[in-house]
Design a protein. Structure first.
Length: 417
């Protein structure tokens, strides 16, 4: 009799949906959820079968398992470990196992939001002025989050930090529909990471680019991979083209409209040739062959280097809303690679092109190289609101604007006023 009453009580608390799916609003296991153990930055695949099909995350230990029906890894884990609450990594539904009913509770909305952050135009307008706090009490700024270095992947991290300052591209990512599987392509993984970097409700004060890096390794045919340092400019050139391919022909303009300019290349005998560009490359003056060890570092002005495009062989025709400039610091010969440490003096505001085109720019990101050519590292300096921050992998520090201008810049990203 007691068992029959208990069963009837369970039926009364269960709401049946069309198709046989059922849900409960009073799951007794919500106290098992440990938000500090949750990490949705990894590949959405089962930790046992390595299958990406139908993945679920245990909300107690954070591990990923496949399926939720009988004999699946998630079902078995719920019985063996008595961990009962799981979230679908595909559609954000939350389930209690092994009973297999959907859990409806507003207190779980923060978990769902961290798996799939979503943004409105109104929220996007406020992002630059928001501050937030992680579960451990760490304060952070949405948009200024550190990224894990997964072994010599700082060349990708700095490129991503710079791209997050490009508002049209950022907003396009933030307003894109949720990415539901690895089949969504490279842009899906990129947009997902951008949403996490700008998420004002993060459980952590940093983000791992693990999923995007795996997609980059696959899409590039291992040209760019974990454990092998590469040039961030070479990566960006490939990434622009790969993102455009991932988006499809109808949406390529989000990249082109932000970065694409046009110039004329003058040949000695042939007629001028019009060509499009996504960045401008600048040559540094040669350093003296023999230098006094007490002498100051050689310096040159950015405007002087840009004279290369103000006439002669190259003539700028149109400038993009976001101007990416590479300072060529590295030269290779058959024996070794050398680095030119010349300091480039550049303005933070009002880079003026008015003598050839009606355009003026403000700096929004600076990628810096430190150390030797074969063993150095990269870090990014970004403008967030009116402040500047130095980001080197997981470390984010506020800096003075003057500290930006004395660095060994490698990539400069300017926004047209």
């Amino acid at each position: 009799m007691e068992k029959r009453l208990k069963r009837r009580a369970e039926v009364d608390l269960t709401e049946f949906y069309p198709g046989g799916k059922r849900a409960r609003k009073d799951c007794p296991y919500l106290g098992q959820i440990k938000r500090q153990a949750l990490d949705f930055d990894f590949e959405k695949q089962c930790s046992e079968t390595l299958s990406p099909l139908n993945p679920y995350a245990c909300l107690t230990c954070g591990r990923y398992f496949q399926g939720k029906g009988k004999s699946t890894p998630a079902y078995t884990h719920s019985l063996e470990e008595q961990h009962h609450v799981y979230i679908s990594l595909t559609d954000c539904t939350i389930w209690c196992l092994p009973d297999n009913y959907e859990v409806e509770d507003a207190s779980l909305n923060d978990v769902k939001y961290n798996l799939q952050p979503h943004f409105t135009p109104e929220l996007i307008c406020r992002l630059d002025s928001l501050s937030a706090r992680a579960l451990d009490g760490t304060e952070y700024l949405p948009g200024c989050l550190g990224l894990n270095n997964l072994k010599r992947t700082d060349f990708v991290n700095v490129a991503l930090q710079a791209l997050c300052r490009v508002k049209p591209l950022r907003d396009f990512c933030l307003l894109s529909p949720p990415s539901s599987s690895s089949s969504d392509g490279l842009f899906g993984r990129f947009a997902e990471l951008v949403k996490k970097i700008w998420n004002p409700k993060n459980f952590k004060g940093h983000v791992s680019p693990h999923e995007l890096l795996q997609a980059i390794v696959d899409a590039s045919g291992k040209r760019f991979k974990i454990g092998e340092q590469r040039d961030p400019m070479q990566f960006l050139v490939w990434f622009f083209n790969a993102l455009s391919d991932s988006l499809g022909s109808k949406k390529k303009t989000v990249i082109e409209e932000a970065f694409q300019g046009q110039l004329s290349v003058l040949g000695e005998e042939s007629a001028p040739r019009e060509t499009k560009f996504f960045y401008l490359s600048l040559d540094l003056p040669q350093t003296p062959l023999f230098k006094d060890q007490h002498s100051a570092l050689q310096q040159v002005g950015l405007t002087e280097l840009l004279a290369k495009y103000r006439g002669g062989k190259y003539v700028l025709k149109t400038l993009p809303p976001y101007l990416l400039i590479q300072v060529k610091r590295f030269t290779k010969n058959q024996f070794f690679e050398e680095k030119n440490n010349t300091i480039v003096n550049f303005p933070l505001r009002n880079l003026d092109f008015s003598d050839i085109l009606p355009a003026s720019y403000d700096l929004i990101a600076n990628v810096v190289h430190e150390g030797k050519p074969d063993s150095g590292t990269y870090r990014a300096q970004v403008r967030h609101g009116e402040e500047w921050y130095d980001i080197q992998d997981l470390h984010v520090n506020k800096i003075l604007p003057q500290q930006v201008t004395v660095s060994e810049c490698y990539l400069l990203l300017f926004e047209r006023q």
